[in-house]
Design a protein around this ligand. Structure first.
Ligand code: HEM
Length: 450
């Protein structure tokens, strides 16, 4: 690579590198580096080298054109980050295992199958609205908790034919602890494995025991009470047989896949709904336009799949929300071999971050990027890799159509029946953990519309 340049490196402490600012506030730190160093910047955490890329062309190169050189970082001997929680589920696995599992699960998420799930999604939404009604007008809630509950109910009902809401008080904090631990382990290459009983590891292990209890419970329940009709994701996983050996999936693999869909399938959509309701509450003109569009819909019990396809403004609102506050703010890959990339030299073994948030705010690709303007997404303008909330290439989100259908249905239900008043008039701070969420939640009061 004779002409390749080195990437500018963020100023760092000699020993620990850039650990301190990153641990204090990863979102603000990464934003500051983008401002100070541009679309390609390197940084170091103790001994580990990272790169951050914020240009659409770089994302396209790595995730699509040179995807073989930018791989998921799963190492079964020393799991880090999300693998600590999800094991070898579809988000984290790679190679043959990933390819076979993706092929197996894909049919559940195809558009043709989604219309059958619509009534379950609407039912979960209406259940929540009934509960809100029971709480009384003007009741104060944390909108993020409400959306988390709702999307958890949707994912377990649609994918596993069950509900775990009776255990939400244990599940929500366990998931939070597990994801925080996963994010922290990425920043610390020297972190001790979960078997070493430090206070943090003990809390993590307790959280994992709760989540495993829920997931193995879901699997066991289905084994003892097979679903009478229809085929959901869980049924499909349980019936899958290896083409050569005829063996079913191991319990551990089942657990990894179920926990993966359980987590990836509700955390993200919950953040999308929370951010969208937040943005609409701050932009009454957009909310008004959305409500006018929704007036054309029949009563909820008569909604057809086709009705939703015509909700152009509703889709534009969701897209603009995904642009401004992408629930997955960063995609990470390991550099598999020394590579020349966009004129830069990258070393094998280093970690590359593709900053979706920055792509979505890139001034070369977006006019007035901070402005909330759903109209950008009306018509057929292509934004290619400057807009990729669901990732790109072969690892693109398997649940993207499901998530959009679900969000359209639930958002329509909520804004048709409720006005949401944010209790904090300031701009919500962003917290980047694994997902991008409003720091501390969104206190709000709920007002039922006449
Ligand atoms: C607004 C909601 C969602 C957003 C923004 C989102 C975003 C993403 C992104 C960016 C990726 C790519 C990660 C990477 O390349 O490393 C991804 C992968 C994935 N997502 Fe989603 N997701 C959402 C909803 C869902 C839902 C509802 C499900 C399941 C029902 C789901 C399941 C998955 C899975 C299994 C993968 C891994 C796919 C693979 O590697 O083959 N996601 N998601």
């Amino acid at each position: 690579m004779p002409n390749a340049k080195s990437i500018p490196q963020a100023k760092a402490d000699f020993l620990i590198g850039n650990l301190r600012p990153l641990a204090a506030d990863p979102f603000l730190t990464l934003s500051a580096w983008w401002r100070d160093y541009g679309d390609a910047v390197g940084f170091r955490v103790l001994t580990r080298q990272f790169y951050m890329f914020s240009h659409p062309q770089m994302a396209e190169q790595a995730l699509v054109r040179q995807a073989g050189k930018f791989v998921k970082m799963y190492d079964p001997q020393k799991p880090k980050g999300l693998e600590l929680v999800l094991g070898q589920g579809l988000v984290t696995s790679r190679g043959e295992l990933w390819r076979n599992q993706r092929r197996l699960m894909q049919p559940v998420f195809q558009r043709g199958n989604l219309s059958a799930l619509q009534s379950q999604i609407v039912a979960a939404g209406r259940e929540m609205l009934l509960r809100w009604q029971g709480l009384g007008d003007g009741v104060q809630v944390n909108l993020c908790d409400e959306m988390m509950r709702l999307t958890l109910e949707v994912i377990t009902q649609t994918m596993f034919g069950t509900s775990v809401l009776d255990r939400i008080e244990a599940i929500a904090p366990a998931l939070d602890t597990a994801l925080r631990h996963a994010a922290a382990s990425l920043l610390n290459p020297l972190s001790l494995p979960p078997s070493v009983p430090t206070p943090r590891n003990r809390a993590f292990n307790r959280a994992m025991a709760t989540l495993d209890g829920v997931v193995y419970g879901i699997i066991e329940q289905r084994r003892t009470h097979p679903a009478p009709a229809g085929q959901d994701l869980l049924g499909m996983l349980l019936q899958a047989r290896d083409e050569d050996s005829g063996a079913g999936m191991s319990d551990r693999q089942l657990r990894d896949e179920v926990l993966t869909i359980f987590s990836a399938g509700h955390e993200t959509t919950s953040n999308l709904l929370s951010w969208t309701l937040y943005l609409l509450a701050r932009h009454p003109e957009a909310l008004g336009r959305l409500r006018r569009e929704l007036q054309a819909l029949p009563a909820e019990e008569d909604w057809q799949f086709a009705d939703l396809q015509n909700l152009e403004y509703c889709k534009a609102v969701l897209h603009e929300s995904l642009r401004l506050r992408p629930p997955v703010g960063i995609i990470m890959r390991k550099v598999a071999q020394d590579v020349e990339f966009e004129g830069y030299r990258l070393a094998a073994g280093s970690l590359a971050l593709f900053n979706i948030f920055n792509l979505h705010h890139h001034p070369q690709f977006w006019d007035d990027p901070e402005r909330f303007e759903p109209e950008r997404f009306l018509g057929n303008r292509s934004h290619r890799f400057a807009f990729m909330p669901f990732g790109a290439g072969e690892r693109i989100c398997i649940g993207n159509h499901f998530a959009l259908l679900e969000s359209q249905l639930l958002l329509s239900l909520i804004v048709r029946h409720y006005d949401i008043e944010l209790l904090d008039p300031g701009e919500a701070e962003i917290e980047l953990m694994v997902s991008l969420r409003p720091k501390g939640g969104l206190p709000a009061s709920l007002h039922r519309l006449a």
